[in-house]
Design a protein around this ligand. Structure first.
Ligand SMILES: [Fe+2]
Length: 377
């Protein structure tokens, strides 16, 4: 039996079928653990017993661990957890260290192809499970468009190199407030253009191109239309790929609509959001596959490890049939939500303000909060 797993293997275990014989043991302190931890249906049981507790009172720490066939141990960087896993093995428990810990988890991405081989293009969802960030690669004729790249640009550069793709352009569906965008940096590194709608680029220090009406990838073998959908932000743009896939940014999310209050003009932007949903997206085929920019939990992914929805049911759930009811419901929920303090700083960085690697890591701790929650926050 292996004494450690790498982070990609750990992700597959988390995302796989539930194994009731396993426990995930978090060896960080309670505060860090409560703020942010890996979750997934594959390892349903969880315990938080810190490294310090194991050092100070081994028997006491062990007594707090639930019975299990296998214990996966994680910590911040994979070192304290290695010690704890060693202690457990000495006590006859099958303990496996998660290599690299939360640092590796934060950087981990999995790439899932969404369409079949018969198409003239390929569309991939790039999942960063630690943050619930979803980005996209649309490839055709040896060229790729990358949408909403995370700050881990190497993930996309390596994928492109492995698959013989040239990165032709990058785009952000909107100015992200919850995580650091890698799109501009990726454009710089790959020599391609970076696209963000003018409305979201006010005060930008970045080299940027406006959002075109359409992206032609690989000699126009595949048509990607850009649809302005203001509401979550003024410049929010959805990308319609081959009339079948809607890269929706945060306008439509697996659990509902994106919050329209981030610009502190909730009343006005809620009305824009309504027009975008009913007037723009409501005219598309209800069977269109919606590919959001975020997932809120591991439960929102399918067996492939991807997160997609159909447009019709999402719009029906958003209750856009009745304008007044929609406005009232969104305004009611907005009145209960607050904006994390880090969002203002993240926006500035996404417009080109410098940031250190350490600060970037701190700013990205925790899941995103771009969805309009149905419960008061
Ligand atoms: Fe967002």
């Amino acid at each position: 039996m292996n004494h450690s797993v790498d982070i990609a293997h750990f992700d597959r275990l988390l995302q796989g079928a539930a194994d009731p014989g396993t426990v995930l043991l978090d060896a960080r302190n309670a505060e860090d653990s409560q703020q942010w931890r890996p979750e997934g249906p594959g390892i349903p049981a969880f315990a938080n017993v810190s490294y310090t507790e194991f050092v100070e009172d081994e028997d006491g720490a062990l007594s707090r661990l639930p019975q299990a066939d296998s214990v996966y141990v994680i910590c911040a960087r994979g070192r304290s957890s290695q010690y704890v896993a060693g202690v457990l093995r000495q006590r006859g428990i099958n303990a496996i260290n998660v290599d690299g810990g939360m640092l590796a988890w934060a950087a981990h991405h999995r790439i899932v192809r969404l369409n079949g081989d018969a198409d003239a293009f390929a569309i991939y969802q790039v999942v960063r499970p630690a943050k619930g960030c979803l980005s996209y690669i649309v490839a055709s004729g040896g060229e790729a468009l990358i949408v909403d790249a995370t700050r881990y640009g190497d993930v996309y550069l390596e994928f492109a190199a492995r698959n013989g793709l040239r990165i032709g352009a990058t785009a952000d569906t909107h100015l992200h407030a919850d995580h650091l965008s890698g799109s501009s940096g990726l454009s710089h590194d790959s020599g391609s253009g970076y696209h963000l709608a003018d409305e979201d680029a006010q005060g930008s220090a970045l080299t940027r191109d406006a959002m075109p009406k359409q992206f032609d990838i690989g000699g126009a073998k595949i048509r990607v239309l850009t649809l302005p959908v203001p509401g979550h932000t003024l410049g929010s743009t959805a990308l319609l790929v081959d009339d079948r896939y809607l890269v929706s940014g945060d306008t439509l999310l697996p659990e509902g609509v994106g919050r329209p209050d981030l610009g502190n003009k909730a009343r006005e932007w809620t009305r824009f959001l309504y027009e975008s949903l009913s007037g723009v997206l409501g005219k598309l085929d209800p069977q269109t596959v919606v590919l959001p920019a975020h997932a809120a939990s591991a439960a929102q992914f399918d067996v492939r490890g991807a997160c997609e929805r159909r447009l019709g049911p999402l719009l029906a759930a958003a209750a856009i049939a009745d304008r007044d009811a929609f406005l009232e419901s969104v305004e009611e929920r907005v009145s209960h939500s607050s904006q994390p303090a880090a969002y203002a700083e993240i926006r500035k960085i996404n417009l080109g303000a410098p940031v250190t690697a350490a600060r970037a890591e701190e700013l990205e701790v925790g899941m995103n909060k771009c969805a309009l929650s149905s419960a008061p926050a």
